[in-house]
Design a protein around this ligand. Structure first.
Ligand code: ADP
Length: 270
């Protein structure tokens, strides 16, 4: 063995490790900068709108009461948007800091899906979209997951299917059996997503041109939250979509282990 060679090797390795470390830090820093700049951009848009409506009404010449009502209505929509944004940001930062760890319990996934569908029924009617629980695998199947967080996943995905859905169309929720897991799919027949956007869909603040231009309220954080929750469960989520035809979002959950069957005779203690 050549000691000088060994030292040289060691130093090179050390330098390489340091470089990776620095690169990682730079990446994190860049990510943080972009995140902050995205946040301020997302806040500015509704704030400017609110300011604009207020200033218009404050104008001495402004007398049209109906118009004032409309402007106030619009300002109020933008206030809603800000408050969604804040609660989504709060959710994502709590998830990322690990402040609210995944709390696993066993529950019937069928019951949760039904509850969520019921809670969104009114909203679906407003959008004139039929909500259906289409394919039901075993009514009693139990999963092991964080019920509250999976509730949020279902709400976010179904809510999107209403926002980007097709008036007069439908949103279908389906439950499939995959050996140790179940697969839950949410399918709409709405605007769909162009293929080029699919890889970026789950990024924070990412919204397609269509959803921006359609003036559909949203923070661009819903899917980032969904992905976070599913990955924290060590499960997977994916999307299939055809622009103009509709989209399907699917995610898996772990089935709960069956309790062992009771023995047919009492076991005597040894
Ligand atoms: P947003 O608050 O904008 O809805 P999300 O993170 O939930 O944010 O979704 C990101 C983007 O993905 C949306 O802005 C929209 O462009 C697209 N998207 C999400 N769900 C659907 C869907 N069911 N159909 C079509 N596009 C969708």
């Amino acid at each position: 063995a050549d000691p000088i060679n060994d030292v040289e090797k060691e130093v090179k390795e050390w330098a390489r490790a340091k470089k990776t470390e620095v690169d990682d830090l730079r990446k994190q820093e860049k990510f943080r900068r972009e995140f902050l700049s995205n946040i301020s951009h997302e806040f500015k848009t509704p704030l400017f709108a609110i300011q604009g409506y207020i200033e218009a009404i404050q104008d001495d010449e402004f007398e049209d009461i109906d118009m004032a009502r409309q402007f106030l209505e619009k300002a109020s929509k933008n206030v809603d948007r800000l408050s969604y944004l804040i609660s989504d940001l709060d959710a994502i930062s709590k998830l990322e800091s690990g402040e609210v760890p995944i709390q696993y319990t066993k529950f019937k996934i069928n019951d949760l899906i039904k509850e969520v569908l019921d809670s969104l029924e009114m909203k679906a009617q407003q959008h004139q979209i039929k909500l259906v629980f289409k394919q039901k695998y075993d009514e009693n199947v139990m999963v092991t997951a964080d019920r509250g967080k999976i509730n949020q996943v279902l709400v976010n995905l179904i809510d999107n299917s209403l926002k980007y859905g097709n008036k007069g169309g439908q949103t279908a929720v389906s439950l499939f059996n995959l050996h140790d897991q179940v697969l839950i799919e949410i399918t709409d027949d709405g605007i769909g997503i162009e293929e080029k956007y699919l890889p970026r869909l789950f990024e924070r603040f990412f919204r397609t041109e269509q959803s921006r231009s359609r003036q559909i309220g949203g923070s661009g954080l819903g899917l980032a939250i969904v992905k976070h929750i599913i990955e924290a469960h060590e499960q997977t989520i994916n999307v299939r979509s055809t622009a103009g035809m509709g989209s399907t979002f699917g995610f898996t959950l772990q089935k709960a282990k069956q309790n062992p069957l009771p023995l047919p005779f009492p076991v005597m203690p040894a």
